[in-house]
Design a protein around this ligand. Structure first.
Ligand code: SF4
Ligand code: SF4
Length: 365
């Protein structure tokens, strides 16, 4: 399949083979290509938005159906290059899931989602996709393109499925038979007609482990996530107070939640990253709640520089820690928690103060 760029005929299949080789050099594990007709996904997107399951993520609704129409989002787009980048840290040992379960079960520990313990993936993937686009341009000449990663305007899971990269599991995350779900996705909308990949087929079968394990019952039915109940949403995206009835289920998860991925049988095939970027930072590898609670705002800003965690800001960080500390108190793990919360109460204001007061009450439950 050939197309013309400027006055040059380009062999699409040959170019795609080159793109795959470059992508591997750049740390990507897989490249796919999807077309721009995602009409089949539009009813599901509209129903999800109509149900209000996107919570306060107004940006999800802001682009409307453009999210399902890449050619409207980036005029001129005729194909979407999709990319997968594995993020399990290079040093993750065999049995890493068991280590994570033990951490989650220890009320004094702080659990940060695995993907967020290293460098901000937005920066890593965006830069590398941009490099990939530049290599294409150096070969075929200037062409129209725009790079996305974890970006609200695009239906990433749908594009991943259509481009053969992954199917959407019942937890709504992308899954691969040989790589589980511990990977990031990125896309390049391009104005060149590359050969399309075969769509990925689904392999959840009768399994429903993710639905059963979810601490807040956020997966309300297979393939249907009420983000308003999801701990990832509540600890990262949600801007205000965390609903009181959901706080106990959050446990010690202070940034994101991996439970539905930890329990997924396909993650025995999860792959380690080839890049050092996703190695856990020392301070985030295995912190206790009290160690993190002792950080000042300037500590937070300095120590989360270049990390995705910094995006949530100081108030949400303290809110999340206060909830986890309250859960530690209820679980009987004081060890200085009550004193640390009490000391902070006088100097805390806004909605964080209410979370600290709530946390202190948990010791009396
Ligand atoms: S991330 Fe956690 S809270 Fe969200 S759906 Fe998965 S298990 Fe449930
Ligand atoms: S836990 Fe089971 S149902 Fe859920 S995504 Fe994995 S395979 Fe699918």
């Amino acid at each position: 399949m050939a197309f013309v760029v400027g006055d040059q005929a380009v062999d699409g299949a040959k170019l795609l083979a080159q793109v795959r080789a470059w992508a591997q050099e750049l740390g990507f594990s897989q490249i796919g290509v999807a077309g721009v007709d995602l009409a089949g996904a539009e009813p599901g997107l509209l129903a999800w938005l109509a149900a209000g399951w996107h919570g306060e993520m107004g940006y999800m609704a802001a682009h409307g159906l453009k999210r399902a129409r890449p050619a409207e989002l980036v005029p001129g787009t005729v194909s979407v290059i999709t990319a997968r980048m594995d993020y399990l840290p290079r040093a993750a040992p065999e049995g890493w899931q068991a280590i994570e379960w033990r951490r989650i079960a220890d009320p004094a520990q702080a659990t940060v989602s695995i993907y967020a313990r290293g460098r901000d993936y937005h920066k890593v993937i965006r830069a590398r996709l941009q490099t990939l686009a530049e290599r294409i341009a150096a070969t075929i000449g200037p062409f129209g393109h725009r790079v996305f990663t974890d970006s609200a305007p695009l239906l990433e899971g749908e594009l991943a499925a259509r481009s053969g990269i992954a199917w959407r599991g019942k937890h709504t995350l992308a899954l691969h038979r040989e790589a589980g779900s511990m990977f990031f996705l990125g896309e390049i909308c391009v104005d060149i007609a590359l050969p399309l990949a075969e769509p990925a087929s689904a392999h959840c079968g009768e399994c429903r482990a993710c639905l059963d394990i979810c601490p807040t019952q956020a997966i309300v039915a297979p393939y249907r996530l009420d983000a308003r109940r999801c701990i990832s949403y509540l600890t990262i995206e949600h801007p205000g107070p965390i609903p009181v009835e959901l706080r106990p289920s959050i446990g010690n998860r202070i940034y994101g939640c991996d439970d539905c991925q930890l329990v997924c049988p396909w993650n025995k095939f999860a792959r380690r990253s080839t890049l050092p970027d996703f190695d856990a930072r020392e301070l985030l590898a295995s912190p206790t709640l009290l160690e993190l609670w002792a950080w000042s705002e300037s500590d937070f800003l300095r120590r989360t520089e270049g990390s995705a965690i910094r995006r949530i800001g100081w108030a949400r960080w303290r809110r999340n820690l206060a909830v986890a500390l309250g859960n530690a108190l209820r679980a009987g793990a004081d060890g200085g928690v009550r004193r640390a919360l009490g000391q902070a109460l006088a100097s805390t204001d806004g909605f964080v103060a209410e979370h600290v007061a709530w946390a202190l009450q948990q010791g009396a439950c």
